[in-house]
Design a protein around this ligand. Structure first.
Ligand SMILES: *[C@@H]1O[C@H](CO)[C@@H](O)[C@H](O)[C@H]1NC(C)=O
Ligand SMILES: *[C@@H]1O[C@H](CO)[C@@H](O)[C@H](O)[C@H]1NC(C)=O
Length: 371
């Protein structure tokens, strides 16, 4: 103990000198990012830089640049988008999030300065050949990003003990980003008016698989109530505008997910809610849906023992508009917001990195997601 107490200040002085050299050299050799602070955050692991700042305070000869760098070190965060998700590029700014001191780049030459790297699962090669080969930096966090359900994406061997954080629609991921969410309405929002409707039940579907529970349920349901069908599966693909007009003209919409996975609740639910149709949910359990949206805002197929009983209920509600309108009570409190694919995930990741500098590791990604 006594020995350590003696060594500590000496060690910290050495560290301070090394950090200073790093900062000085990087400042001189790189003109792309004139902001000085970003180097402090990236070239010195956070705990070293924190010590350096303390050392500087007790040293009257330190330069003003170093002081500025130390102050910025804690807040500037650089996120490197290692691969564009599905090749889809998005704006590299988080203006709509009212966030400062978060920078995003797709310039791989900034690897050594990045606090976080974002990897999109579907774009990782099977042999991990497009993952960084460079030595892992001690302060750097690698983030796994995937919005496909386990049934729609495949585990890649070798991804355990690679990532530090998960960014996914699942609420138990480190950076949860659902497909949609409800926000309080403000005085600027128009009050809800039910769109004119001339159909009872509609479904728009492109991916048709007879083994999917949703197809089996539809085949049963249509025996008892007319279902208006659209989409590629029915040879009737819709434009965005046609999608909107179709959904709003229906009292109920079949929000049938293609797989039943924890928290896997997509725009198939949020879009009709936003447009003004009542979703009939098929996917995870009602209880899970209620973790995302109000219990009285939707119908769940499991609320009925048979498709026939559901059909009877829909036909009843068709004749009882006052009861039907109860499904929209939530509209006076909340409005639906959609997640902007890629950008929102990156911005939330950057913010998370800013606020969580500690150690974190995902040891069993494949077990957690596909287990
Ligand atoms: C944005 O952030 C500033 C400073 O933290 C705050 O004063 C302002 O209210 C925020 N604006 C919004 C729309 O959240
Ligand atoms: C990130 O995860 C890797 C792999 O588990 C680990 O070696 C590394 O120390 C972690 N880094 C941080 C900053 O948490």
């Amino acid at each position: 103990m006594a020995c350590w107490a003696y060594l500590r200040p000496t060690l910290f002085s050495i560290v301070a000198v090394l950090c200073f050299l790093h900062l000085f050299l990087s400042y001189r050799s790189d003109i792309q990012y004139p902001n000085f602070g970003i180097y402090a955050g990236s070239f010195c692991p956070a705990f070293l830089c924190a010590e350096k700042a303390q050392t500087n305070e007790s040293n009257p000869d330190n330069s003003t640049e170093i002081q500025a760098a130390s102050m910025d070190a804690e807040s500037d965060t650089l996120l490197l988008i290692w691969m564009w998700p599905f090749g889809f590029k998005f704006d590299l700014n988080c203006n709509s999030f009212n966030m400062s001191r978060c920078r995003m780049t797709d310039d791989k030459s900034l690897y050594h300065k990045a606090h976080g790297l974002l990897f999109h699962h579907r774009d990782i090669n099977g042999q991990l050949s497009n993952m960084p080969k460079l030595p892992r930096l001690t302060f750097q966090k690698w983030v796994w990003f995937n919005m496909e359900s386990p049934a729609n994406s495949f585990p890649i061997p070798g991804l355990n003990r690679v990532f530090n954080l998960t960014c996914n629609y699942r609420l138990d991921s480190d950076i949860p980003v659902p497909y949609g969410y409800l926000e309080p309405v403000t005085s600027e929002d128009e009050s809800f008016k039910l769109p004119a409707k001339d159909k009872l039940v509609c479904w728009i579907v492109s991916n048709w698989n007879p083994n999917h529970r949703r197809v089996q349920f539809y085949n049963e349901l249509r025996k008892h109530v007319e279902v208006h069908t659209y989409g590629r599966a029915f040879g009737k693909p819709l434009s965005d505008q046609e999608y909107q007009n179709t959904v709003l003209s229906c009292k109920f919409y079949l929000s049938f997910e293609n797989s039943n996975s924890r928290d896997y609740i997509t725009e198939k639910l949020y879009s009709p809610m936003k447009i003004g149709s009542v979703p009939i949910a098929l996917g995870p359990s009602r209880q899970m849906y209620e973790g995302h949206i109000p219990a009285d805002s939707f119908i769940h197929v499991d609320d009925f023992s048979t498709a026939k009983k559901l059909a009877q209920r829909l036909l009843y509600l068709d004749q009882n508009p006052a009861e039907y309108m109860q499904f929209f009570n939530w509209k006076s409190l909340f409005k639906v917001k959609h997640t902007y694919f890629g950008r929102d995930h990156a911005c939330k990741t950057c913010k998370y990195l800013q606020n969580h500098r500690g150690y974190h590791a995902v040891n069993d990604l494949n077990g957690w997601y596909w287990g």
